[in-house]
Write a protein that binds this ligand. Structure first.
Ligand code: SF4
Length: 213
């Protein structure tokens, strides 16, 4: 897909949602970081059911470190992989206290050095908490990048690089949200709803789906 076509695709999504936001509940960079770590392989809606009680019990890295994995676990038992996530959240909170003065670092390498934090999570935190023009490629964006021709690639990093290259810089920060929401609610994994897709004329997918009878 050309840069002009990619820009047209994204601008069309923008018209429907000019100020997109993450669907995760958070109140500061720390709670965002924890929510994103908890959201791995589960839905934002499931995470949002757990985090209010967790953040009430431990609103700061110091409080979360003190709560520890055993104290975190009961708050997040309804989400997948909760035991490992409880350990990671406790460990990352301790590291924030020990190495970063209890603050979430605005630095990719420092973020990716935290337990449970990979490139995608770092990109979300840099984008949402710190306003940086990053592109976090989750399962929805990976699928959409390939299916539409926006940024084909065999790995999330290839798709990320393709999107960053084709996306107009002024749209890059919000493009992350537009694409995730489009993949979550319209360009779905099993059956893309092409018949009601506002960006269909800019999409290269050959097998566009017609309305169900
Ligand atoms: S036309 Fe279909 S495949 Fe293309 S972006 Fe829209 S929903 Fe996805």
């Amino acid at each position: 897909m050309s840069r002009d076509q990619a820009a047209a695709f994204l601008r069309t999504l923008a018209t429907a949602n000019p100020k997109p936001e993450t669907e995760l509940l958070y109140r500061d960079p720390f709670s965002l970081l924890v929510a994103v770590v908890l959201s791995a392989q589960t839905t934002d809606a499931a995470v949002n059911k757990c985090t209010p009680s967790l953040f009430a019990a431990a609103p700061t890295p110091a409080a979360m470190a003190a709560l520890g994995a055993e104290g975190i676990g009961p708050h997040i038992r309804r989400i997948g992989l909760w035991q490992g996530k409880a350990r990671n959240v406790a460990a990352l909170a301790s590291l924030l206290v020990e190495q970063h003065g209890g603050e979430v670092p605005r630095d990719r390498a420092a973020l990716e050095a935290l337990p449970g934090v990979g490139r995608k999570t770092a990109n979300v935190v840099l984008n949402v908490a710190f306003g940086e023009n990053t592109m976090a490629v989750d399962t929805h964006i990976f699928r959409l990048g390939n299916r539409t021709g926006l940024a084909p690639g065999k790995t999330p990093r290839t798709v990320e690089d393709g999107l960053v290259k084709r996306c107009p810089p002024e749209l890059l920060r919000d493009a992350h949200h537009w694409l995730i929401l489009h993949g979550r609610y319209v360009c779905k994994a099993r059956l893309p709803a092409c018949w009601r897709c506002i960006a269909a004329t800019h999409c290269n997918y050959r097998d566009k789906v017609v309305p169900p009878a």
